[in-house]
Design a binder for this molecule. Structure first.
Ligand code: CP
Length: 311
């Protein structure tokens, strides 16, 4: 089966089958990137532009590597030295990239809806690499892939997502992905960062971190996103740590095999103790490695590639 989609804009509009096809293709690409010769010719002759108008380490570098591993020509668009600085609009910018034969545009932007806005106006494939507090679909695809690798299933697992939910595109994409795949999702955080309206997405809400830890199969931590907050949402970082930081002492409340996950970047000692980030329950760097295989899978499927049948 191949994807019929032109773009990957969100998880909300993906079917369970489409998510399964990404996971199946990513399993194949995990084998490819473990080989001595890590390249396949799937995107030979295609041009991929990485347009990151917000900072990124993991997503930008893994998309760059993913496109190169598929033999595409890759352009890293430097927003800070581009004509954005002279006031050129986003749509004029991407139309010029398309005039230069860009066939894939990978966009990270501070505005929710930016990827959809350009996708509706271009023939090029558009991949949303994070749009404001809306969605970060490849993050949820790599996170669910990582849970599957470690647990063999997602259905009936209890996934606790804790921290700055209100401003998190990672939380929104993971809520859609995990609930579609049959997990129970529990959101936890200060009431100011976790409005009750999230219940409409089919999740449970809690403000008692310690009460939730013993029940969780996966503890997924989010950093406080100061760059998106325009007001004060809790009294101090110290108070946040006191109530919602995963410390070594609190970790003793967890199941022995609970997975610790984080999309990065980590604020060590705030949402997560440093020794836990590097400890044996942490799969944080595995998430990063899987990000490469998952992004190869997304590029491959959008280009008309066939997902392996085993999914
Ligand atoms: N998880 C994630 O999106 O990290 P970057 O901001 O470094 O890409």
């Amino acid at each position: 089966m191949s994807w019929k989609k032109k773009d990957l804009l969100d998880i909300r509009s993906l079917s369970v089958e489409e998510i399964g096809e990404v996971h199946a293709a990513a399993r194949t690409f995990r084998d490819v990137i473990a080989r001595e010769i890590k390249k396949v010719p799937a995107l030979r002759g295609k041009t991929v532009v990485n347009l990151f108008a917000e900072p990124s380490t993991r997503t930008r570098i893994s998309f760059d590597l993913a496109a190169k591993r598929l033999s595409a020509d890759v352009v890293d668009f430097e927003a800070s030295s581009s004509s954005f600085r002279k006031g050129e609009t986003l749509i004029d910018t991407v139309r010029n990239l398309e005039a230069l034969n860009a066939e894939f545009i990978i966009l990270r932007h501070a505005a929710a809806g930016a990827a959809q806005f350009i996708a509706e106006r271009l023939s090029a494939h558009v991949i949303n690499a994070g749009d404001g507090a809306h969605e970060h679909p490849t993050q949820a695809l790599l996170d669910t892939f990582t849970i599957l690798q470690n647990r063999g299933r997602i259905a009936e697992l209890r996934v606790l997502i804790s921290g700055d939910i209100l401003f998190s595109r990672v939380a929104r994409s993971n809520i859609h992905a995990l609930t579609k795949l049959g997990a129970t999702v529990v959101l936890c955080g200060p009431a100011t960062l976790l409005p009750d309206t999230f219940r409409e997405l089919g999740v449970e809400i809690s403000h008692d971190f310690e009460a939730e830890l013993p029940k969780a199969d996966v503890v997924y931590l989010l950093r406080i996103q100061h760059e998106r907050q325009r007001a004060v949402y809790f009294p101090s970082i110290g108070e946040f740590v006191a109530l919602f930081g995963l410390t070594s002492e609190r970790f003793r409340l967890c199941k022995p095999d609970a997975l610790i996950m984080h999309p990065g970047p980590i604020n060590r000692g705030v949402e997560l103790a440093s020794e836990l980030a590097d400890g044996r329950n942490s799969v944080i760097l595995e998430q990063v490695t899987n990000g490469l295989a998952v992004r190869m899978a997304v590029l491959y499927l959008l280009n008309g590639g066939q997902a392996p049948l085993e999914h």
